[in-house]
Design a protein around this ligand. Structure first.
Ligand code: FE2
Length: 198
């Protein structure tokens, strides 16, 4: 070995993701109640994103043109999916809906979430804006509102968040909205074709 030998990066502790997936599958085995899944699932996700040593680097690569969504796991019955969102500096989603429950937990950096409600005429109205930091989790769903716009809170660095959804989100037909509220059909898809080895 020379003085300039490279030291390999420590392998990702992917067992944490495996444990999370196992616990989430047990949760959806016991209930289909949206509120219970959101509340118990948020606690599981908060535990996962409290440690930043488990996400393989292949699923944390930013693109400088658009934010990326990497599928980490999809339940075999599509009861839930787990996705890493990787945000290049200043990147953001359009305003969009989900039509299912979901959870967002920040692993690295910080994320801004603008939440919207629908008024009685069906128009979107801004509710509030949250800044999520590592370890923080936000929940959404049909029962509590499922329309938001999410962005990297940083203009100079990458952020990574872990999202969990009550379906195979990359295949769900839903909508983005222009600033005037006009909906457009949208299916999000995934950036990757291979999954982490759990
Ligand atoms: Fe979203």
């Amino acid at each position: 070995m020379t003085a300039h030998a490279r030291v390999a990066a420590a392998p990702a502790n992917v067992g944490r993701l495996r444990g999370f997936v196992t616990s989430f599958a047990e949760l959806v085995d016991t209930t289909r109640d949206e509120r219970t899944i959101r509340e118990s699932g948020a606690a599981l996700l908060a535990r996962l994103v409290k440690q930043d040593d488990w996400l393989p680097s292949a699923f944390a690569q930013a693109s400088y043109t658009r934010y990326r969504q990497y599928l980490l796991h999809c339940d075999s019955r599509e009861r839930f999916s787990v996705v890493s969102f990787v945000w290049g500096p200043g990147q953001s989603t359009p305003i969009h809906d989900h039509r299912i429950w979901g959870l967002v937990g920040v692993l690295r950096g910080a994320e801004t979430v603008e939440r919207f409600d629908r008024n009685p005429k069906g128009r979107l109205v801004a509710r509030d804006t949250l800044t999520l930091r590592p370890g923080d989790v936000d929940a959404f769903g049909p029962a509590i509102g499922d329309v938001h716009r999410v962005a990297n809170a940083y203009r100079s660095r990458t952020s990574v968040s872990i999202h969990v959804y009550g379906a195979n989100i990359g295949a769900v037909e839903r909508a983005t909205f222009d600033d005037d509220g006009t909906p457009k059909r949208f299916v999000s898809g995934y950036a990757n074709t291979e999954l982490p080895n759990l």
